[in-house]
Design a protein around this ligand. Structure first.
Ligand code: HPA
Ligand code: ZN
Length: 352
């Protein structure tokens, strides 16, 4: 439970600290209010099993049994996204909230297979999201990158088809990364080796990541690194149980994109204080702090920072290290990293 205070002054520090987000699913930023608005706009009737109002959603979202229980809602929820403008509006809402939270760089996931299987063209999805990315940069001065995720409950062959259909966007840099999400445990990383290899063989400068070690054990992390050649890991909580892996993560600066409030809502831990955040920090395992599916898990990036602060009570200097590890683990260019690291120093100097 909360052991440390995060008073208004410290909260302002955390808000101003230049943050990078590496683990947020754009479809997971679909707030109940926008969800019902889009359902109406697109004439979509939600299934009987879905909560009937935004208020009922909020209530339901407090009671996810596990990852699969959440995913069942998440896939239904994204069914209201039909037109390019829907995808644009969704992403723009996220970028606005992230900007207000002091997030300067976002690398955002999206799940094209969840849309294509409903008859929505990947072009509609990517164009809407890409337009929002560009407008957000123009409006807020942030930087951002799109990461396409493959759904691991679908066959690898379907993933490969999806990659091929997205090839023009990888070629022209509209999509910058490949990720792997959805139900983890029965679908280990190595099932998707050919998909990751196809990306490395055919496109240059594409970032590789995968969800691993959220519900899966530490070998999921090892297997994602060894077989998929990922350079970072999404979640990675269970890495804590393998000391050799911890050393490898620290030595190779393989960043874990952690999602504290998500881990509580999906019953990975009972409270943020049970997460090995201090263990990772003390072992020099780099991590960033992220919101995952903020519309479902009750908090955006700043809420996650505050939740961590109230459990671990990091000093300004320790927060600067965490923020800089997030910058270093980002896929933006070196010039942008220098700019962001300098901003961290400025904010720390102002607040200490
Ligand atoms: N884990 C796995 N897949 C996901 C998640 C998550 O937290 N959110 C959206 N897809
Ligand atoms: Zn996730």
């Amino acid at each position: 439970m909360a052991k440390y205070e995060c008073d208004d002054k410290f909260k302002s520090f955390l808000q101003e600290l230049p943050k990078c987000e590496h683990h947020v699913h754009l479809e997971g930023t679909l707030e109940p209010s926008l969800l019902f608005q889009l359902a109406k706009r697109n004439g979509i009737t939600l299934p009987e099993s879905f909560p009937p109002s935004p208020e009922a959603c909020i209530e339901r979202y407090n009671n996810f049994a596990d990852l699969q229980d959440f995913l069942d809602h998440y896939y239904i929820g994204m069914g209201v996204l039909i037109k390019e403008d829907d995808f644009y509006d969704l992403a723009m809402e996220y970028f606005t909230k992230a900007h207000n939270d002091g997030c300067h760089h976002s690398e955002v996931f999206f799940d094209p297979q969840g849309h294509v299987e409903r008859g929505i063209s990947i072009d509609v999805v990517v164009k809407g999201f890409d337009r929002a990315c560009k407008d957000a940069t123009a409006k807020f001065g942030n930087t951002n990158k799109l990461i396409m995720c493959l759904l691991r409950h679908l066959p690898s062959a379907a993933g490969l088809e999806t990659i091929k259909s997205a090839a023009p966007y990888y070629e022209n840099g509209t999509i910058h990364g490949l990720g792997l999400d959805s139900a983890e445990k029965p679908f280990p990383p190595e099932l998707f080796t050919e998909c990751y290899k196809y990306i490395s063989d055919n496109f240059s400068n594409v970032g590789l990541t995968a969800h691993a070690g959220e519900e899966g054990d530490s070998t999921y992390v090892t297997r994602a690194i060894d077989q998929l050649k990922v350079t970072r890991i999404d979640h990675g909580v269970n890495s804590q149980h393998d000391q050799e892996l911890m050393k490898q993560l620290a030595d190779n600066k393989t960043m874990l994109s952690m999602c504290p409030l998500s881990n509580v809502k999906l019953q990975v831990v009972k409270d943020v204080s049970e997460l090995p955040i201090d263990v990772f920090f003390n072992a020099n395992v780099p991590f960033s702090i992220n919101s995952d599916d903020p519309a479902y898990f009750g908090g955006y990036i700043l809420d996650n920072y505050v939740a961590v602060h109230t459990r671990f009570g990091f000093t300004h200097e320790q927060w600067a290290i965490i923020a800089k590890n997030g910058i270093n683990g980002s896929w933006c260019d070196e010039e942008r990293k220098i700019e962001l690291r300098n901003k961290v120093d400025e904010v720390v100097a102002k607040h200490t």
